[in-house]
Design a protein around this ligand. Sequence first.
Ligand code: MV4
Length: 461
Amino acid sequence: MFKKILIANRGEIALRLIRACRELGIRTVAVHSTADATALHVRFADEAVCIGPPPSRESYLNIPAILSAAEITRADAIHPGYGFLSENADFAEVCENCKIRFIGPRPAMLRLMGNKVRAREAAKEAGIPLLPGSAGVLKGPAEAQAEADRIGYPVILKAAAGGGGRGMKIVRGRDAVTAAFATASAEAASAFGNGDMYVERYVERPRHVEIQIVADEHGKVIHLGERECSVQRRHQKLIEESPSPAVSPQLRQRMGEVSVRAMERIGYNNLGTIEYLLDERGEFYFMEMNTRIQVEHPVTEAVTGVDLVREQILLASGEPLSRKQEDVQLRGAAIEARVNAEDPVTFAPWPGKITGYSVPGGYGVRVDSAAYENYTVLPFYDSLLAKVIVHAEDRPLAIARLQRALGEYVIEGIRTNIPFHRTALADDAFTSGHYDTRLVERLLASEVGTRRLRQAIEETP
Ligand code: MV4
């Protein structure tokens, strides 16, 4: 087992990782920017190293500085968390070359899943259902049009180097293909340094349902059910739940079996998440694969009782899977609300000092956060302030419990999206479970939705 892990991250996930290390008896090294000198992850870790100025590029993304910190402190592994360097194959490779274990999948897996065209091909070969689409990278606008004609409209153009919703264009008719291809490819080239594109049939009202994979270094793979992540705005998830109200036990078993079989064939290792589009007919299609611990992992922990970060560290050290598939049972319902420091109406980031602070608690409530009274939310990093996760016997009680917990949360001095959450959780589409990826858009476009949101803002202390 590792003796000392460097935590290459900040905020709530850095605390989450440090807590798991503490319980495993592993020493920790925090790294931090100058702006984060007083952050909780710095205080909670056994040691801390300053790695640069506030901008991420010069600190949390600064590979030489992080590796130097690992070498100086003699860390034998690095946990990258999510975001930052977590899916950077070059970083993972440099770690391994320096004899520092990267806690995550092998660099080749990060590379494979980082290229959406190659990931799609690998998924197909491994038996995962795909939407009809182009075989590889499109050679130009003419091929894009020919392929779109063959597939049938609407189609969606996606960037091979994109992901998470960046570099996509929906095309509804033949005459729009060539122009859309030119724009999307140019945007991708400038954003990712790679203009490669592919095309597939567009699903109009999909749900985002993802399967949690756990794989050891010895070829054994299990899944921990699904997470429903359809409550998103501009590809930022806001509410996640497990189980999904749209997934029956039979569908769960099919999605789980297909996913596990595919990961066995690919030779995947460590934690992973396969994202699927679920259409109105209940058919599921590969979207992309995430090779990191995810923000929303606690809902899976709640319903399965598996400590995913502990498991991830044990797997990286070579431990075999501690459970068989038949030992995994889903119990009750869990929901997570991402509390962001942002305006609840415009979603504009709202950094600043928290002048008054009181955290919810009680039965079935978990709050993962690095915030505290007098903490200043910094403008340099993402606006995630806290995750409020509830677990209950069933979904209606989980919704009531999350409303209760959010009602207890006092955050003064800055704006947060808590009023938005309270409105979304009360929305008929959400409470009935009959919602898709357009829920937020619909809510903000409707008269009732905006009225209720204004009211929720009034009622927030
Ligand atoms: C799609 C799609 C419909 N059809 N692909 C968005 C994020 C990226 N992972 C892929 N995305 C989508 N791909 C096809 N063929 C709709 C989306 C999409 C979406 C997916 C999941 C959650 C929210 C979304 C919001 C808009 C579009």
